[in-house]
Design a binder for this molecule. Structure first.
Ligand code: NCD
Ligand code: ZN
Length: 346
């Protein structure tokens, strides 16, 4: 049996904590596993300003169990009407860590997203100058583009130009799902990085569509072919500082996923580290887990690594079928499956 593994306390560089009762129900899972998290702004209505991000941060802090040491890192949602001066102020005041680009209608609560990325150039210029990180949901929403091609087309149509035009802008291509994405990030400068979710390391599109439609394997960007999953596993476990942990944990009520129009998003926060670690073990890369989970993200964002340590122990345990989130039943990633690692201390 493998030995236990102790690493620096990790961070989650992409999470949806929601708001209201759902926030109360889910935040403890992220706070138990991670020291910090980049909190997505796609509430309804979205968090589009520094003032809104500050208010949201206060609601997150109020929802944490007493005595929890967890730091939410806030983001602002870019729209066609974003005021660059507000972002610069938000960064200077220590409220904003990043701003998030959602192409309009790409995913949950993104109707307010950006309709023409080129028109955001003044915002990108201000972010480059202020050293505010740009997080990107990298999918086109053009109805003529097949849903499985949307990431690769986004890179070719938009991302290559933005990276070329703003060489000093730090960009995170989030929840990477394709070999094309991996190749792009690898070939770009050190100002371009990517997060990778646990689900995209475990699942290919067959997991969603074979033997019945599996709504709990559905998230955006959708899982792709097996060759892409393998490219992601290779990138995540390569030791490259360009790839780091971002769960994209995105809770939706069970009944909203098991519906004729099911919501996109996988709730992986309760056992995220365990899920990732299993992949690293299977790839023979346990020694690279700490870099991916705890070191590469802070280095990219220019933040110190966390002070504390966490230990994972090799213990089989079955993931519950559902988890109660302050009165809402949510199905966690790996529901009913046995995971081989367990977070022992935090
Ligand atoms: C996210 C959500 O539900 O907020 N869903 C998802 O499938 N990942 C939005 C997102 O990150 O695309
Ligand atoms: Zn997300």
């Amino acid at each position: 049996m493998a030995d236990s593994l102790t690493i620096r306390r990790p961070d989650d560089w992409h999470v949806h904590l929601r708001d209201g009762a759902m926030l109360e129900g889910v935040v403890e899972h992220t706070a138990r596993q991670f020291g910090r998290a980049i909190v997505m702004p796609n509430l309804s209505p979205p968090v589009t300003t520094t003032a809104a991000a500050q208010a949201y941060r206060a609601r997150i802090m109020a929802a944490l169990p007493p005595g929890t040491a967890f730091e939410p890192l806030m983001t602002a949602y870019l729209t066609d009407h974003t005021d660059p001066a507000d972002l610069v102020r938000g960064k200077a005041e220590g409220v904003l860590t990043a701003a998030k680009l959602y192409p309009a209608n790409a995913t949950t609560n993104s109707a307010h997203g950006v309709s023409d990325i080129a028109r955001l150039d003044p915002v990108f210029a201000a972010m480059e100058e202020a050293r505010l990180v740009l997080c990107i949901h990298g999918e086109v929403t053009d109805p003529e583009i097949d849903v499985f091609d949307r990431e690769a087309v986004f890179i070719a149509r938009h991302l290559e130009r933005v990276v070329r035009s703003f060489p000093g802008l730090k960009i995170v291509l989030e929840h990477l799902t394709t070999g094309e994405g991996v190749a792009f990030v690898e070939s770009a400068g050190s100002n371009v990085a990517a997060t990778i979710t646990p689900q995209h390391l475990h699942l290919n599109r067959n997991a969603m569509l074979v033997g019945g439609i599996r709504p709990h394997a559905y998230c955006l960007p959708v899982a792709k072919r097996e060759k892409h999953r393998l490219a992601l596993r290779k990138a995540a476990t390569s030791g490259s500082p360009k790839f780091f942990l971002g769960t994209d944990s995105a809770p939706h009520a069970k009944h909203d996923k098991e519906s004729s129009c099911g919501c996109a998003g996988i709730f992986n926060a309760p056992f995220a580290l365990e899920s990732y670690l299993q992949v690293f073990e299977d790839e023979g890369a346990l020694d690279r887990f700490e870099g991916f989970a705890s070191l590469h993200g802070p280095a990219f964002y220019g933040l110190p690594v966390n002070e504390g340590l966490v230990t994972l122990v090799p213990v089989d345990h079955v993931v519950p079928d559902t988890i109660d989130a302050a009165g809402t039943s949510v199905v966690p990633f790996h529901a009913g499956e046995t995971l081989r690692w367990r977070l022992a201390s935090g």
